[in-house]
Design a protein. Structure first.
Length: 342
């Protein structure tokens, strides 16, 4: 009996081994992008106004009282179309007097010519008559031109932008009566600060949005860059040309436009989205990358530079082949399992 007790005790101590409980962590679904594929172009936005391709003030070259104005603001006109008239008055009288002198000079020349040719009068008399006739002809042409100048016609096709004189008012030579706009193609003028003008290049593409039209952005192109800065605002005028097709025909001078210029920004590092960069308790910036296996997140400290409109510049800590986690990083820790989705 005494020998059997240890055996029984040993038998009582034998039991099944306990199962080890292991927690399973589901991978975090993330989106990632290669660092060298991140856009480093900066979209710069400006506000401007639509302007006509050309604006021509129209005026009479002779004085007179305005008799008729045949067009209204906003009216389409054709080249050569009659727009307004001033009363010819004394101008017409001068023309009639010039015609009378011309007839007299012609009659004198016609009567003297056979007499001189017959030798009854010296040749100098015919020369004098011919000179008088030429002067009379010139006077008729000048007077006739003045009469024609009492009628204001369109020098080109376009749209009447404004009308500043009404019938009954006196027009002086050179005083604008109408404004003719060329709207076959228009442009947007924006003011670019001197600190950004170096990024603008002639021919650079632009997207122009005119809220008054309520349409999709219109493609434009930088046509002209001013070289003289505004002395107060320190800005340079830049013209964005817009085509005369599709919505270009509805663009009217004075409409407010928003212009996006895509400018390549030279930086000392890489530009990454602001939301991809986090800051720890010590104020150090870090990001999450996809590790070499492609299945885990790698936390990496970075050194940041200046902010841009497209994100923040990373000047140290990232390589051209690193894959930056763009979404889902808020649930990550270093070494956390991940699944990269497209």
């Amino acid at each position: 009996m005494l020998l059997a007790l240890p055996v029984s005790f040993t038998s009582c101590q034998q039991h099944e081994p306990e199962a080890v409980q292991t927690a399973t962590v589901d991978p975090v679904r993330v989106r990632a992008q290669a660092v060298n594929g991140l856009a480093q172009a900066q979209a710069i936005q400006y506000s401007g106004a639509v302007e006509a391709r050309s604006t021509t003030p129209l005026s009479f070259s002779v004085p007179g009282t305005v008799m008729r104005v045949l067009v209204e603001a906003g009216q389409q006109v054709s080249k050569g179309q009659l727009l307004a008239e001033v009363a010819p008055g004394a101008i017409r009288d001068n023309y009639q007097m010039a015609l009378t002198r011309q007839r007299q000079a012609q009659d004198m020349y016609n009567r003297l010519k056979p007499v001189v040719e017959a030798g009854s009068l010296p040749a100098v008399r015919l020369v004098e008559a011919q000179a008088g006739l030429e002067q009379a002809n010139a006077a008729v042409r000048a007077a006739g031109s003045s009469v024609a100048d009492t009628r204001l016609t369109a020098p080109a096709s376009g749209v009447i932008g404004s009308r500043t004189l009404e019938p009954g008012q006196v027009a002086a030579p050179g005083m604008p009566v109408l404004q003719l706009l060329d709207l076959r193609s228009v442009y947007v003028r924006v003011a670019v600060p001197e600190g950004e003008i170096a990024r603008v290049r002639q021919g650079q593409s632009a997207q122009v949005t005119v809220s008054a039209l309520g349409v999709a952005p219109i493609a434009g192109r930088v046509e002209e860059i001013g070289v003289i800065a505004d002395p107060v605002a320190r800005t340079y005028p830049v013209k964005i040309a817009l085509p005369g097709t599709h919505e270009g025909q509805r663009l009217m001078p004075g409409m407010v436009a928003s212009v996006n210029l895509v400018a390549v920004v030279a930086t000392a590092g890489m530009v990454v989205p602001n939301q991809a960069v986090s800051v720890d308790e010590q104020g150090r910036s870090f990001v999450y990358l996809v590790d070499a296996s492609g299945t885990k997140a790698e936390r990496r400290q970075i050194r940041t530079g200046p902010l841009t409109q497209n994100g923040i510049t990373v000047v140290a800590g990232l390589g051209p082949q690193d894959k930056l986690i763009m979404s889902g990083f808020e649930r990550l820790s270093n070494g956390a399992p991940i699944t990269v989705v497209q």
